[in-house]
Design a protein around this ligand. Structure first.
Ligand SMILES: [Zn+2]
Length: 390
């Protein structure tokens, strides 16, 4: 779908005037004469001239240029990579987010990091078709505004616009889970299927939905909140205020809480305390993996429970949506060995309706640490092709 509002400075009202004047796509505007455009649309001449120039800037970034920059933006670090259309990483750059600084300074750092990645690939800005960014949400992917990012202390930050002002490259934004799901869909475990659900288990649990090859965002752009489906009525309290959400049982935060209770309150013996440097306030995914490999009973029991409820959650997803594939990713999943993944599959099959699970694959993510930047590159290519070109 082409979208005139992708041209910098063109909002809904200008887009309407342009359409009424017969300028239906970016291509029409690139080839227009400013005076004719003014006469056809009643848009004042200086603005008409500006719109044509912006359309041309947008247009030079299409077609032959297949390189994009994928950005993985987190609360502590920003990763940027120059990536080809087939998902090959040409260069990488990394910088600290310094989230305590104001948004303008952080956005400057993101722009610098992107420039560094482009330079390190021996390319220039003109070679870059578009930029994709995965960022913590909630955010509005359409206008590229981060509505609220608690770990950055950001409210209503127009990240897309700010970066386009700085770099003059079309930029697209989506939440990190959706971006991770897109990466797996295009270049990871989900290649070759049309519908899938990505479930990422870390400090929280997030989900991304791909239907017929497209991300599904939902009416309020909140689709995929798998962490808050209720798997155990009256179960543990969740941060969202409900009880018994999947996230309240199977996220790393919940796992940590259960292990802490077993070790510190109930006095159960466990290796986990020494493995995690004597503190159980937060347990790294790598520590969970080490404890499992040492056959630590407390950790294994808590993780078995987490796996069971993940399976039950997946059964609901499969009953309801019947995707071709479920992809499991994130630090906690990476810490699980095959026995746990089997356990997830077992409970999913047990709780799903007869036949609904037939042929539905439950697999682990493939892209690992690169999922963020590769997914962001897929977002960039995909949105550029679908939104900007006629
Ligand atoms: Zn919840």
């Amino acid at each position: 779908m082409k979208d005139l509002t992708s041209i910098k400075g063109v909002g809904d009202s200008f887009a309407k005037k342009l359409r009424q004047g017969g300028y239906k796509s970016v291509t029409h505007i690139v080839n227009a004469n400013a005076k004719n455009l003014q006469a056809d649309t009643n848009i004042p001449l200086p603005i008409a001239t500006r719109i044509i120039k912006e359309a041309q800037i947008l247009n030079t970034h299409k077609g032959s240029k297949k390189y994009v920059v994928g950005v993985d933006m987190g609360g502590t670090k920003i990763l940027a990579a120059t990536i080809t259309e087939d998902g090959t990483i040409l260069s990488r750059a990394k910088t600290a987010t310094k989230a305590h600084k104001n948004p303008t300074k952080v956005i400057d750092r993101i722009a610098d990091c992107i420039n560094k990645a482009i330079e390190q690939a021996s390319l220039s800005k003109n070679n870059i078709q578009s930029i994709g960014i995965g960022a913590p949400g909630p955010l509005n992917p359409q206008d590229g505004v981060i509505i609220f990012a608690p770990n950055l202390n950001w409210y209503n930050v127009p990240l897309k616009k700010e970066l386009e002002d700085r770099l003059e490259i079309p930029t697209f934004l989506d939440n990190d889970v959706n971006v991770g799901t897109m990466g797996e869909f295009k270049h990871g475990a989900g290649q070759g299927v049309n519908s899938l659900v990505g479930i990422f288990v870390g400090t929280g649990i997030g989900g991304g939905i791909i239907l017929n090859g497209e991300l599904f965002h939902g009416a309020n752009k909140t689709a995929g909140e798998i962490g808050h489906i209720i798997v155990k009525a009256d179960g543990p309290k969740c941060n969202c205020g409900n009880s018994g959400c999947l996230e309240a049982i199977s996220s790393r935060t919940a796992i940590t809480k259960q292990i802490r209770k077993a070790v510190l309150t109930q006095g159960k013996k466990s290796h986990i305390l020494e493995l995690n440097d004597g503190n159980l306030n937060s347990i790294r995914s790598g520590t969970l993996a080490k404890a499992i490999s040492k056959s630590d009973k407390v950790t294994i029991k808590v993780m078995q429970r987490a796996a069971k409820y993940l399976g039950i959650g997946i059964a609901s997803v499969v009953n309801f949506l019947n995707p071709e594939m479920i992809i499991l990713g994130g630090g906690v999943v990476e810490a699980l060995d095959n026995k746990f993944i089997e356990r997830i599959r077992k409970f999913a099959a047990e709780y799903a309706l007869p036949n609904t699970m037939d042929g539905v694959e439950i697999v682990t993510a493939k892209l690992g640490d690169d999922a963020g930047v590769i997914g962001a590159s897929v977002l960039a290519h995909h949105n550029f092709d679908n939104n900007l070109l006629s």
